[in-house]
Design a protein around this ligand. Structure first.
Ligand SMILES: NC(=O)c1ccc[n+]([C@@H]2O[C@H](COP(=O)([O-])OP(=O)(O)OC[C@H]3O[C@@H](n4cnc5c(N)ncnc54)[C@H](OP(=O)(O)O)[C@@H]3O)[C@@H](O)[C@H]2O)c1
Length: 286
């Protein structure tokens, strides 16, 4: 990669085979709730840096499968942090805006967490395990409403889901009373890479810069892609009966990442165009 340090990367996941193809990244199967297997990977690979993206992320399912949620989002982070401490690795742990209650976002890194869902509680516990393990080398990267592309993704993302609905002429109900700073995955990756490269430590808010209600974000997607915005119906969150509460005003102030890391996410409109272009390029190469 032009001008960037070279990294020797090992990806892990629960599947026997990787979902990605190509690239120079290695892969092994690992369930991070398996303490012994996790320890073994540290012994075999001796990582300098560990980036933990694994989590149970379906917020409603986290309410009903609390034990499973806690195992992955909290206890497995404890295991990773202890392994990092033992092996002198840096832990970069990915976390979420859902650790906040959404009363007064957008939030700075120093804002007081107050989760309103079990998912949020488990992710906050994960953060506390990461920062409390005694490592001198840790970073917590919190992010918000992430969208991007990838191969064989288990879950779609908001931009792609909306694009497909509008292209099919289906109307969609989108909430007007939840605010976010949506994040494009390549920008998030660049932010994380800067933390790796500069050896930064502490909590970083890495998200997009633009602050939207989810409804405004949907309109931005429709207008950018020239889709029929009249199919997007404004509703408030109370019209959905969902087991987990969602923060109303979350979203991040990213000034710390901008000033300390030179992090600079692209404008949302550009990100949406880049995502579609990237997807089309990848489809045409098959
Ligand atoms: N997406 C967002 O809008 C958003 C917003 C804020 C923060 N985040 C944070 O970003 C991180 C990544 O989220 P995401 O959106 O990419 O979620 P995702 O699509 O649900 O991916 C989570 C990954 O974790 C893996 N995983 C779950 N349990 C595991 C285990 N025990 N061992 C190993 N891997 C396991 C899952 O594997 P399987 O595919 O096998 O289930 C999946 O690949 C999470 O920390 C999340 O809290 C995401």
């Amino acid at each position: 990669m032009g001008g960037r340090p070279e990294y020797d990367v090992l990806a892990t996941g629960r599947d026997q085979c990787p979902r990605f193809s190509g690239g120079s990244c290695g892969y092994i199967q690992l369930d991070i709730t398996n303490v012994e297997a996790t320890n073994r990977v540290f012994v075999d690979f001796e990582p300098n840096v560990v980036i933990n993206c694994a989590a149970m992320t379906q917020v409603d399912e986290c309410e009903s499968k609390r034990d499973q949620c806690w195992q992955v989002n909290a206890l497995a982070v404890d295991t990773l942090a202890k392994c990092c401490l033992t092996h002198g690795s840096r832990l970069i742990h990915i976390s979420t805006d859902f650790i906040f209650d959404g009363q007064n976002g957008p939030y700075k890194e120093s804002a007081r967490p107050n989760p309103i869902s079990y998912y949020g509680r488990s992710k906050l516990a994960g953060e506390n395990y990461a920062r409390g393990a005694g490592m001198d080398k840790w970073a917590i990267v919190r992010t918000v409403l992430v969208y991007g592309r990838g191969e064989q993704l288990q879950r779609s993302n908001f931009v792609w889901w909306l694009k497909e609905k509008l292209e099919a002429g289906e109307s969609v109900n989108i909430v007007t009373d939840q605010w976010r700073t949506p994040t494009y995955t390549p920008d998030l990756a660049l932010g994380i890479e800067k933390i790796v490269r500069f050896g930064e430590q502490g909590v970083y808010h890495i998200s997009g810069r633009d602050y939207f209600s989810v409804h405004e974000f949907a309109l931005e997607i429709a207008n950018t892609l020239d889709l029929d915005a009249s199919l997007i119906k404004p509703v408030d969150g109370s019209s959905f009966s969902q087991p987990a509460a969602r923060p109303a005003k979350s979203g991040f102030i990213i000034l710390k990442a901008e000033s300390e890391l030179g992090y600079s996410p692209r404008p949302t409109r550009q990100a949406i165009l880049d995502l579609v272009e990237e997807e089309e390029r990848s489809r045409s190469s098959f």
